[in-house]
Design a protein around this ligand. Structure first.
Ligand SMILES: Nc1nc2c(ncn2[C@@H]2O[C@H](COP(=O)(O)OP(=O)(O)O)[C@@H](O)[C@H]2O)c(=O)[nH]1
Ligand SMILES: [Mg+2]
Length: 281
């Protein structure tokens, strides 16, 4: 089959890198975010696009991004309808973003500027130098200096759960800043809420090589954090999710390419068709 010729530039794998950022009510962050992503990627010479997933924001996030689009053909915006009157969550936003991404590589970062887009080119270099399929950011050195103690305790507890239940040694699974081959992004079960916290371990369980790399961690530029901390909001759902991920990876079956069997007569007819086509001028 011929690829659609009217808009080949929109086809998958047409560019080097797609950066995806989920945004819920980040109106006061998107201008600087777009500027910093461009400043980080333009000098690399890579063909890139920046895809913002507006998750049913109730502020002007979508309007602000739309206003930035003229003159920036690499900037894309997808808005999600609300789920039960609220947002769909980061996992759903990533799922939509990864499906729409055209890059051979997919980079991910938060929209509140806590991640520094300038880390992305270093991650690409690290991916090439290490031969890995996936580079996961690790904010732990930067966080020890700046984060509230409740967050640090929460992340240690989460790490112990994940190590015990999943054998997951990834240090900072909650760091959105990561880079992966597109095929990995498409294989992640992100239609389940909370699964974005298990992206690197899932990639490993799918057989891909995941390496970690220290990255920057900055204060939120503007707006409020969207996630609560605490036992009922994070710890217990996180523990249940660990078991869910273990169940999924034990039950996952991904057969290789399927083979369809057809009668010899149909195959012979096809072969002679092909010979005729090849012989045609
Ligand atoms: N799509 C989507 N993104 C969200 C949601 N909640 C937070 N985000 C985005 O995910 C990123 C991290 O959220 P944030 O509240 O800063 O979490 P924290 O950094 O862990 O405190 C930001 O870019 C948010 O806009 C949500 O419900 N849906
Ligand atoms: Mg944040």
């Amino acid at each position: 089959m011929m690829p659609p010729s009217n808009d080949a530039s929109r086809s998958h794998d047409a560019i080097d890198l797609t950066v995806v950022a989920p945004a819920r009510d980040e109106a006061d962050n998107v201008d600087l975010l777009v500027e910093q992503v461009h400043a980080a990627l333009a000098p690399t010479g890579l063909a890139f696009e920046f895809l913002i997933i507006d998750d049913a924001s109730t502020d002007a996030t979508a309007d602000r991004v739309r206003a930035l689009m003229p003159g920036r053909p690499w900037l894309r915006l997808i808005s999600l309808p609300p789920f039960n009157g609220g947002g769909n969550g980061q996992s759903a936003a990533f799922k939509v973003g990864f499906a729409a991404a055209r890059g051979r590589l997919i980079g991910v970062l938060d929209a509140d500027l806590q991640n520094d887009p300038a880390d992305l080119p270093r991650m690409i270099d690290h991916m090439h130098a290490s031969g890995a399929d996936f580079v996961q950011g690790d904010r732990s050195a930067a966080r020890r200096a700046g984060d509230a103690w409740i967050r640090l305790v929460g992340s240690v507890v989460g790490r112990v759960f994940r190590r015990m239940i999943l054998g997951d040694s990834i240090r900072d699974t909650g760091c959105s800043l990561r880079l992966m081959k597109r095929e990995i992004a498409l294989a992640l079960p992100l239609e389940f809420k909370g699964m974005h916290r298990f992206i690197p371990v899932t990639a490993r369980r799918l057989g891909y090589t995941v390496v970690e790399m220290p990255v920057a961690h900055r204060p939120r530029h503007a707006g409020e954090p969207k996630y609560g901390m605490g036992i009922s909001q994070r710890a217990i759902p996180g523990l249940i999710d660990c078991f869910a991920v273990r169940w999924m990876s034990a039950r996952r079956r991904m057969p290789g390419p399927p083979v369809e069997h057809r009668p010899e007569s149909a195959l012979n007819a096809e072969r002679s068709d092909r010979v005729t086509q090849e012989a045609a001028p």
